[in-house]
Write a protein that binds this ligand. Structure first.
Ligand code: ATP
Ligand SMILES: O=c1ccn([C@@H]2O[C@H](COP(=O)(O)O)[C@@H](O)[C@H]2O)c(=O)[nH]1
Length: 821
């Protein structure tokens, strides 16, 4: 359904306010009607008749989402939720859980699945269940599969099931059979009378029964409609794209359909340690850079708008600076009750999943900057420890082992568990935002040393795995992963997922030549090296959010050595006036960057400052006549190897002399026509007054959109109390289909790089920013008029004047309070 702006004679601003109100009201009341009607199959039969077994096969063959009511209840039971004990007792007694609980679990699972065809296994169990489902979910089943099985066979199967279920014993089984006959058969009769039941004789082997099921399913219209789709995903790359889009859809938050799956409440006892340490590794302490008044880092605006300082040699001192101004701690915070650290590279939720690793040439000893022998005698690979700003040696590498000359290599990996502990299934998105933040932080810091950076993206996932010596801590292969979240002592959940490697080299002159095939061959020899240090354990118990690891596996990058390594020319970012940045140095900006917790709701941003911030968000910077934004030439976007895919839909609340309303920054002008046709036809696409010539900013509609921005960002005031907030809209499915599922994390990296620019810009002009990972995905798309998956909003941000929480004490980064917080 589309929302239309009513064409009346009222002034534009009122008209738009009315439009937003209508949208909010509609979104709030509409549960399912703006989604395409799901195809619902109820799968019924006595206990042990083989419903679950057949559902797994049907789901695999015909791409249904399989929702087992029993499994959802068992999951709820073991999640320590308030209803857990009650559900346990009812299941043990073979009775039926109150309808409201089961139907709500099903409703949430339907909304978060991203599929439109559902097998609802073992539900409805009684008439009350049936009526509640039809009332709450608002649909009737399209078909009911009834697995008819003799009682003795069902008893035999259940008693042999051996899955540790509390109800797989003869006493409960007898009660369940009674409940089935008394309460479940009437539901089957009800649907038989409506002609919806397809009865299947469940006697025979699993495959024999499936032979009977298959023709029934194959004849369904929804299956015939999807047949083309199934064919197109038969190749592994198409299947990987499907896996990425399924994960993406499944982890959407929805204003009316609930939040993506995550833990209910935080398990503080198992909060992952934010500091990975390689115990017993030789340690190289790094130097701490001098703060004001001895701050020797360049002026903030100069690294974007003029050429970089002359390149420094790679040394203990310069590498110390690189890491200090990009990945080290920036402060400790304490409320008295808890103490935690902040880092220069931001992290959604301050959970810091990103780990960094440096491959460096030997760092010679000097009297002023002593280095210990393992670091000075050969090239080495080290893990960076932000807690004490030091390098932990992982392996010494003899020179011919790696064909990298005149360059450093900085690699990132993610401990997915750190984010998943708090955010559950959506965490894979957030980890990748953080990779983007770290990439941009490294690019800016390197620039202050006269160094350029570029992703070594020809390497594949497995190459990075070898580079980081991660072979001993692999997650299980996807087919051995559980098919639902599982809690327990699962040390592999702490393993690092390799993300990317960055080449760092002197700016100017000829960039180093990289022969990917030669490099990959050298990397293949590394696992045989002696690896030092044993990683500390981060939590006692874990939750395996299975879908994260399955998705991480599906979106692994294959090697693309043939494409070669090339570095884009450097372009300046347009500068309206250096005065806007008040002589801030890069170090001042990056080390003072904080995520605002609240915005004041009153500060008005000057228009020039607003335009300047957006000019620094452009990937191509200053261009000649007729050239368009798109190529990533400017700092820090140049670290990325693809053309810009991410745009920004801006909710402008308080910018002097700029009408409030919805605006759009087109960061790749090749996409402009597609964007215009994909978005609401009512949008104005007007260039705002005074907008700098090279800034592709458009006003879509005027009006006060504070309430809308707040609602869309999970009802958070911070999105409405800033001067402006934004949703980063990426070209999505076409990118995955054209290039591969491995672009899925990369789109999030790009949003992280853009987010980092927003953070730095905000601080450089004296205000603040916050990355917002919680927003209602499809409701944002609905407001913009975007349908399908061509464009998706991947990250939100708010920029404004922060309100400081005076109860929080700020402590220096070093030396810290000596705790693992
Ligand atoms: N056709 C079959 N022949 C023999 N064993 C089977 C057959 N189908 C399923 N089984 C086995 O019987 C047991 C019960 O099957 P399943 O769990 O699929 O039944 P169900 O109807 O989903 O049961 P419940 O309602 O108790 O969850 C399992 O151990 C399964 O492997
Ligand atoms: O809709 C439902 C589904 C299940 N239950 C309870 O769970 C057990 C086990 O269910 P299975 O489908 O056999 O896995 C069942 O006996 C009920 O106690 C329910 O209450 N409502």
């Amino acid at each position: 359904m589309k929302y239309r702006i009513t064409r009346t004679e009222v002034p534009n601003v009122l008209r738009f306010m009315a439009f937003f109100k209508t949208v909010i009201a509609k979104l709030a009341t509409e549960a399912t009607s703006n989604r395409c009607n799901p195809f619902i199959t109820f799968v019924l039969g006595g206990p042990g008749s083989g419903k679950g077994t057949q559902c797994v096969k049907i789901a695999e063959t015909f791409r249904f989402a399989h929702l087992s009511a029993g499994d959802l209840l068992r999951e709820e039971m073991s999640s320590n939720s308030e209803n857990g004990t009650m559900i346990h007792d009812i299941i043990k007694d073979g009775k039926i859980v109150p309808s409201e609980i089961t139907v709500n679990l099903l409703r949430k699972a339907i909304h978060s699945s991203g599929n439109h065809k559902f097998l609802i296994d073992g539900f409805p169990r009684n008439e009350e269940n049936r009526i509640a489902f039809e009332r709450i979910v608002g649909v009737e089943p399209d078909i009911v599969l009834f697995f008819d099985c003799p009682e003795e066979e069902m008893v035999k199967r259940v008693l042999n099931r051996n899955q540790g279920r509390v109800d797989d014993n003869i006493d409960t089984m007898k009660k369940r059979l009674e409940v089935f006959k008394k309460l479940n058969l009437p539901v089957i009769d009800y649907y038989s009378a409506k002609g919806k039941v397809c009865k299947i004789n469940a006697v025979g082997t699993v495959n024999e029964v499936f032979e009977k099921v298959q023709p029934v399913l194959a004849a369904l219209r929804c299956i015939r409609d999807d047949a083309l789709d199934i064919e197109s995903s038969s190749s592994s790359s198409a299947a990987a794209v499907d896996a990425a889009t399924r994960y993406h859809n499944r982890t959407k938050h929805s204003l009316t359909g609930g939040y993506a799956r995550g833990p209910r409440g935080l398990d503080w006892a198992n909060q992952p340690n934010p500091f990975l340490r390689f115990l017993s590794s030789p340690l190289l302490p790094l130097l701490h850079s001098p703060p004001e008044p001895h701050d020797d880092s360049p002026l903030y605006h100069s690294v974007f708008s003029s050429s970089l300082p002359p390149p420094q040699p790679f040394s203990h001192a310069s590498i110390s600076r690189l890491l200090y101004d990009s990945l080290s701690l920036s402060a400790w915070k304490s409320t008295g009750l808890s103490t935690w650290s902040l880092r220069v590279n931001p992290s959604s939720g301050n959970l810091h999943p990103t780990e960094s690793h440096l491959l460096s040439p030997p760092l010679p000893l000097s009297q002023q900057q002593p280095s210990s022998p393992p670091f000075s005698s050969s090239s080495f690979l080290a893990h960076y420890s932000p807690k004490d700003h030091s390098l932990e040696l992982r392996a010494s590498i003899s020179p011919p082992d790696l064909p990298l000359h005149r360059s450093l290599l900085l690699a990132f990996s993610s401990i997915l568990w750190r984010e998943a502990w708090k955010y559950g299934e959506r965490a894979f998105r957030y980890c990748n935002h953080d990779v983007g933040h770290a990439l941009a932080a490294a690019a800016v810091s390197a620039a202050t040393l006269g160094w350029d950076v570029c992703l070594l993206d020809g390497l594949g996932h497995d190459d990075l795995h070898r580079l980081l010596g991660l072979d001993r801590s692999n997650p299980p292969s996807p087919d051995r992963l559980p098919d639902r979240p599982v809690r327990g002592r699962l040390p592999w959940v702490e393993s690092q997922h390799p993300d990317c490697a960055l080449l760092i080299f002197p700016f100017g002159g000829t960039p180093p030549s990289v022969d990917y095939a030669e490099l990959a061959l050298a990397l293949s020899r590394l696992p045989a090296m002696e690896w030092l240090g044993k990683p500390n354990s981060l939590s006692k118990d874990h939750v395996c959010w299975d879908v994260i690891y399955k998705t991480a596996e599906a979106v692994k990058k294959p090697p693309t050595y043939g494409e070669g390594f090339s570095v884009n020319p450097f372009h300046r970012s347009p500068l309206i006036s250096p005065d806007l940045y008040k002589d801030m140095t890069v170090r001042q900006v990056v080390r003072k960057r904080r995520s605002a917790v609240d915005m004041d709701g009153v500060h008005v941003l000057e228009k020039d400052t607003f335009y300047q911030i957006l000019l620094h968000c452009l990937p191509s910077g200053e261009l000649g006549l007729g050239e368009k934004q798109g190529k990533q030439f400017t700092l820090p976007f140049r670290v990325l190897t693809w053309d810009a895919e991410v745009h920004a839909a801006l909710f402008v609340h308080r910018v002097r002399d700029l009408p409030k309303g919805l605006y759009f920054l087109v960061r790749n002008e090749e996409h402009l026509d597609r964007l215009k046709s994909a978005m609401r036809s009512e949008f104005e696409w007007e260039r705002p007054e005074g907008c700098p010539a090279g800034l592709p900013l458009y006003r879509l509609a005027r009006g006060d959109c504070r309430e809308l921005a707040k609602q869309l960002s999970c009802h958070q005031d911070i999105a409405s109390d800033g001067c402006f907030s934004l949703g980063m809209v990426a070209r999505f499915e076409p990118v995955l289909r054209e290039k591969g599922a491995w672009m899925y994390p990369r789109l999030f990296w790009e949003t992280g790089v853009l987010g980092q620019v927003l953070y730095l810009e905000a601080h450089a002009v004296g205000i603040s920013a916050t990355g917002i990972g919680c927003y209602f995905d499809d409701d944002v798309h609905e407001v913009l008029g975007l349908q399908g998956l061509e464009f998706q909003s991947l990250y939100h941000f708010t920029i404004g004047s922060p309100v400081l929480d005076k109860r929080i004490l700020s402590l220096p980064a070093y030396p810290g309070p000596g705790i693992d917080a």
